[in-house]
Write a protein that binds this ligand. Structure first.
Ligand code: F6R
Ligand code: MG
Ligand code: MG
Length: 366
């Protein structure tokens, strides 16, 4: 049976700064989605990660369907109304355009969609990250789909040994979508060359070469490119099918124990380690650290089970301690060098204005 899994995510306001959305806002979004679900959806799951709300839903309409995108847009508008009434911070901040025109891409919300032929026992993980951008998934998914040091299936399973196809987007190119397809293992070094620069080259999707089936979809929207100025970090979502022809759930999770350094953190302008957290985790230290949550599902004819919280295990408590230590360590050097993003990626204009002022005071001499 052909099923589409869509996840649409937006920051429409939160309590006490950028910590988490309020219960009232969550209820407003839920009640709107619920009112439309009977006609449009097979199932849905609503969640928050940091200050972002994600609507995960299943249906038979295919990717980029205006009815599904409209449903999410209007649910976020309903939530925004309550956020404004309650005085939440940044109410409606990711809804960058006034009128809906058929697709939320380019309007602020992040979107990832998988249109699949559902397997007998379909298993997938929905990841949501806050205080970072889409390049945050480059390293973990490269390791999970291309490196046998992390994914033993690449040498133990004959289907997986045929490798995977990565579709990578140049998110610096704003006029249209600019993508490249690379096959691993043979294009491994070319892939690594691109993924090294996670602010420019971002994994958009991954496919099994044995079956051609899509394994991964990642939101690649960059708010900065849409609004032309800082309006919040892009906080990417990802859908990853697991098991059988794809890496096992545990192989997908394994690289998240690195707590690798990503762009984001305070004011979207720093570098911090990505902390794997329990579902519904909020934001704290230095508006961070950047967090990622994972909800694993099984699905039958589009009906979802309850989520299994993939980072809710004693193992990840130990990882979190280590990542907290990494976060404190890089913060010790404040604004200096590698702890703050380079000039081109700074999300606030203040530095640019200051440099323009200071330029006038420079003196040129021999
Ligand atoms: C990061 C983020 C926060 C804000 C920071 C300052 O995505 O949203 O770190 O940038 O709290 O917010 P303003 O400038 O609104 O006071
Ligand atoms: Mg956010
Ligand atoms: Mg935000």
């Amino acid at each position: 049976m052909k099923i589409t899994i869509s996840v649409l995510k937006a920051d429409i306001g939160s309590i006490g700064g950028h910590i988490k959305p309020s219960q009232k806002v969550m209820e407003a979004v839920r009640s709107y989605v619920d009112s439309q679900a009977r006609n449009l959806l097979i199932d849905y799951y609503l969640s928050s990660t940091g200050d972002d709300i994600a609507i995960l839903c299943t249906h038979t309409k295919g990717a980029n369907h205006p009815d599904i995108h409209r449903l999410a847009w209007e649910a976020f508008l309903a939530g925004t109304e309550i956020a404004k009434k309650s005085g939440l911070y940044g109410a409606g901040q990711d809804l960058l355009k006034d009128a809906f025109s058929g697709n939320v891409k380019g309007m602020g919300p992040a979107v990832a969609e998988l249109e699949i032929e559902e397997r007998e026992n379909e298993a997938f993980i929905f990841f949501a990250a806050d205080k970072t951008d889409p390049g945050a998934y480059n390293l973990p998914f490269y390791l999970a789909f291309a490196d046998p040091m992390y994914c033993s299936g690449l040498i133990l399973s004959s289907r997986m040994s045929q490798g995977f196809k990565f579709k990578v987007m140049d998110v610096g190119y704003v006029e249209k979508n600019k993508t490249i397809e690379l096959n691993v293992p043979e294009d491994l070094y070319d892939l690594a060359t691109l993924l090294r620069d996670a602010e420019k080259y971002v994994i958009e999707s991954i496919y099994s070469r044995a079956t051609g089936h899509q394994a991964v979809a990642i939101s690649t929207q960059r708010l900065h490119n849409i609004a032309g100025k800082y309006t919040g970090k892009d906080d990417p979502v990802a859908l990853v099918r697991t098991q059988g022809e794809f890496p096992a759930t545990g192989e997908i999770l394994a690289p998240f124990n690195i707590g690798h350094y990503v762009a984001g953190f305070m004011r979207g302008s720093h570098i911090g380690p990505l902390m794997p957290c329990r579902l519904n985790t909020t934001i704290s230290y230095f508006d961070g650290p950047p967090v990622v949550t994972g909800a694993a599902f099984s699905m039958k004819e589009g009906k979802l089970t309850e989520p299994a919280d993939v980072f809710d295990h004693p193992y990840w408590d130990a990882v979190r301690l280590d990542v907290a230590r990494k976060a404190t360590e890089i913060r010790r050097q404040g604004f200096c060098g590698a702890s703050m993003l380079p000039y081109s990626e700074l999300e606030y204009g203040g530095v640019v204005e200051k440099l323009q002022q200071l330029e006038k005071r420079f003196v040129i001499s021999d």
